[in-house]
Design a protein around this ligand. Structure first.
Ligand code: NAD
Length: 451
């Protein structure tokens, strides 16, 4: 790995024309292999809905790549900046420049998109790239390596396969930037390793994303959106709703609305091709342990609680205590706690007392509530009256804050994260700077005092 990195570091940035060509070829190659992507991910998951893969892996990757191709010429242009009047007519500009070799480390939950979207940004900015896909999705990781080998030469993009030992070694390389997507605890390890070389990091982490429902927002409407967002990929989404805060008087009606929405979305769960499985037995075990310290009466399970072949049914949990593991850890699976509160202010306090979420969802039609939540909470993103789709907006930065991450990407934010925005000063021929240089005698001193 080290030798490969040293070799790549010696090479110049990829020029703008070539970046575009590479991104176009990448988009074509992804389209060509989309069926293989669907199969590989489904086999890695023991089953993943093909529609979910088409939407959340293929479509969003292609959208991101096309957005980069379309905007690249504008993004790479130097931006002229105001120069201080004392130095007129000298000029200032910001010139974007490739950082060098960028490292991309990806998780297993969207194993394809979470390589391709950061890759689009890195290539757009002219970098060479080293990639470490997740070891939990080995078939997808191999396919990513094969697809990228069709598009890039090994000195442009190099894919490293292997387990956590390899990932650890990867994160200790003297890379010029690391974009890491994964859990908060591993994010801390990555940042510590990167600190050794002062490698800058973008950390796309996880956490608990709450849902707040305002007192007169229609529950069936909220339930439909929450079901769509929570059980997409069986809840194994970083921005999946993690728990709901709802007024005590409306909790029973919400449980009913969620149950009804679930039954409509997955009429025959046991034969449902569009309900994805849990990634592996270890994660399934982790999820069942989250339910272990709850009373049976707290579980609302429209399809029962029995898991078959890593398919874990949707489970609603009525008012779990804040100290339970379910309310302390990121759930990252098909379990959804519903917590009752007595007011929006109580819900707000509940959120503010906890780590800053990656996303906060609010269902409300009242401007006053929207304004209050928007201004008084701090989260990576805020989505009002819908779930998940904020991820698919190239115009919006995607990233967390505090424990949910650091930095952002998607669209121009990704380009900037992977670039050095170099300050350049152009001295004009007319140069009176000698007035501010030694020896500071007589009239020079007077000018300095006046300035
Ligand atoms: P993870 O942190 O366990 O693993 C992510 C990557 O880190 C993998 O490539 C793995 O090989 C590597 N890794 C694991 N242990 C390591 C170590 N000790 N040293 C160096 N590298 C190591 O995360 P995961 O289980 O693959 O993914 C789930 C997590 O990712 C959830 O917390 C989820 O919220 C988060 N996530 C965040 C986003 C986002 O965009 N913010 C997107 C998807 C997933």
């Amino acid at each position: 790995m080290k030798t490969q990195l040293q070799k790549m570091k010696q090479l110049p940035a990829i020029d703008v024309g070539q970046r575009k060509q590479l991104l176009k070829t990448l988009a074509r190659t992804i389209k060509k292999h989309k069926k293989r992507v669907i199969t590989a991910i489904s086999n890695d998951f023991s089953h993943r809905s093909s529609h979910e893969t088409l939407l959340a892996e293929i479509m969003v990757s292609l959208e991101e790549i096309h957005h980069n191709i379309k905007n690249l010429n504008a993004w790479v242009k130097p931006q002229i900046r105001h120069s201080n009047w004392k130095f007129y007519p000298s000029k200032c500009a910001i010139v974007p420049q490739a950082l060098g070799v960028v490292g991309i480390m990806a998780p297993w939950n969207y194993p394809f998109n979470l390589v391709m979207a950061p890759l689009a940004a890195a290539i757009s900015a002219g970098n060479r790239v080293m990639i470490k896909p997740s070891e939990m999705t080995p078939l997808t990781a191999q396919l990513i390596k094969d697809i990228l080998a069709e598009v890039f030469d090994d000195e442009q993009v190099h894919v490293v396969l292997g387990d956590v030992t390899v990932a650890s070694e990867f994160s200790q390389l003297p890379l010029d930037h690391i974009l890491f997507t994964g859990s908060t605890p591993v994010g801390k390890i990555i940042m510590r390793n990167a600190a050794e070389h002062l490698t800058p990091v973008t950390l796309e982490l996880g956490g608990k994303s709450p849902v707040l429902i305002d007192e007169n927002y229609p529950l069936d409407k909220a339930a439909k959106s929450i079901v769509g967002g929570k059980w997409f990929n069986a809840g194994q989404t970083c921005i999946a709703p993690d728990y709901i805060l709802v007024h005590e008087n409306r909790k029973a009606a919400l449980l009913k609305a969620l149950t009804s929405s679930l039954q409509k979305a997955y009429p025959e769960l046991s034969r449902e091709k569009d309900y994805s499985h849990i990634i592996n037995p270890a994660h399934h075990h982790r999820l069942t342990q989250l339910l272990a310290d709850l009373d049976a009466q707290q579980l609302v399970a429209p399809f029962g609680t029995e898991t078959r072949n890593q398919m874990m049914p949707p489970i609603l949990v009525d008012n779990p205590a804040p100290e339970t593991a379910l309310m302390q850890q990121e759930i990252f699976g098909p379990i959804l706690p519903i917590i009752s509160v007595h007011s929006m202010d109580e819900a707000l306090q509940f959120v503010k007392q906890r780590a800053r979420p990656l996303t906060l969802y609010l269902f409300s039609n009242r401007q006053s509530t929207i304004q209050k939540i928007q201004s008084q909470t701090l989260s990576g993103s805020l989505a009002i009256n819908e779930t998940l789709v904020q991820f698919a907006q190239e115009g919006l930065p995607f990233g967390g804050v505090g424990a949910s991450g650091m930095g952002s990407y998607h669209g121009i934010q990704g380009f900037r994260a992977m670039s050095h925005m170099k300050s350049v000063y152009y001295q004009s021929r007319l140069n009176v700077n000698f007035l501010a240089r030694a020896p500071f005698k007589n009239w020079k001193e007077k000018i300095i005092k006046w300035l």
